[in-house]
Design a binder for this molecule. Structure first.
Ligand SMILES: NC(=O)c1ccc[n+]([C@@H]2O[C@H](COP(=O)([O-])OP(=O)(O)OC[C@H]3O[C@@H](n4cnc5c(N)ncnc54)[C@H](O)[C@@H]3O)[C@@H](O)[C@H]2O)c1
Length: 259
């Protein structure tokens, strides 16, 4: 007999038992959905966020479903803190580099501090969290890293040029790590979502969501975080064992791009 939790795991990918996954920015939105989906497949989750309350809530949600999770409150820009959290957790087999921000700014509104913050949270944060887990993954004989980019890492948006550039940089980092780490059986892929209903996007208001849905998304709606989480679980699991250095973009048909 299966439990409710097992019923929610896709049939082909109930294979993460015994693995620890670090999910950054997992106190809300997509990160929380990734953490819950991985936990439903049996992984123990290290729930990172810069906000303690959000991380604690995600841990509680996972535990209420019978999953295993622990909060790891740190800023992904802090390499020493991420290394310490990983050392305390033991070997991490899965890293979902998800923590991120956006600002909705035009070029003239972006000062150097804002530019640095955008690049540091997205690109440096991915890099430092990768550095923290890679030695353990090598010792384990493999691992899976999913670097969260965005549809705007591939096609332009007319706001947040520093976000667009940082997300494109994440795709570059993904490809470089895929080559470098393949000999250790560490797979590195990018997930590049289109528009998703999360705290970050709902803050912009329902009128914007309606306009974007009608004019830009062939499916006519934003994705729910759970739909994107299915793709993250796939890239984190052995079902994608021969896939590395790739960009998977669940975006409702908004952009269909080549290599
Ligand atoms: N929502 C979308 O439509 C969409 C589309 C494409 C890509 N993305 C990307 O997905 C990721 C998550 O987006 P979301 O919409 O869920 O955002 P969100 O704002 O709802 O959640 C982001 C989480 O990251 C945390 N965070 C922010 N800075 C941090 C830091 N320095 N260290 C640790 N945690 C930090 C926040 O506290 C928050 O809990 C981001 O990288 C975003 O760029 C989102």
């Amino acid at each position: 007999m299966t439990t409710d939790t097992q019923d929610r795991a896709p049939a082909a990918i109930r294979s993460l038992t015994g693995r620890t996954a670090l999910v950054t920015g997992a106190g809300a939105g997509l990160g929380r959905a990734y953490a819950l989906a991985l936990a439903r497949c049996g992984a123990a989750i290290l729930v990172n966020d810069i906000g303690a309350a959000g991380a604690a809530e995600t841990v509680q949600l996972i535990e209420s479903e019978g999953g295993r999770a622990r909060a790891a409150v740190f800023d992904v820009r802090d390499g020493a803190a991420s290394a310490a959290a990983v050392a305390e957790a033991g070997q991490v087999a899965i890293l979902i580099n998800n923590a991120g921000i956006d600002e909705g700014k035009k070029t003239e509104e972006i000062d150097e501090a804002s530019f640095d913050r955008m690049f540091d949270i997205h690109l440096l944060g991915c890099f430092l969290c990768g550095q923290a887990v890679i030695p353990g993954m090598k010792a384990l004989g493999g691992g899976a890293i999913v670097n969260v980019s965005s549809i705007n890492g591939m096609i332009a948006d007319d706001t947040d040029p520093h976000y667009n550039a940082a997300k494109a940089g994440i795709i570059g980092l993904t490809k470089a790590w895929a080559k470098e780490l393949a000999p250790w059986n560490i797979r590195v892929n990018s997930l590049a979502p289109g528009h998703v209903r999360t705290p970050a996007t709902t803050l912009r208001g329902s009128e914007r969501m309606r306009m974007v849905s009608e004019t830009r998304i062939p499916f006519g709606r934003y994705a729910e975080p759970e739909e994107i989480a299915e793709a993250a679980v796939f890239l984190a699991s052995d079902e994608s064992a021969f896939i590395t250095g790739q960009v998977l973009s669940p975006n409702g048909g908004e952009a269909i791009v080549g290599i």
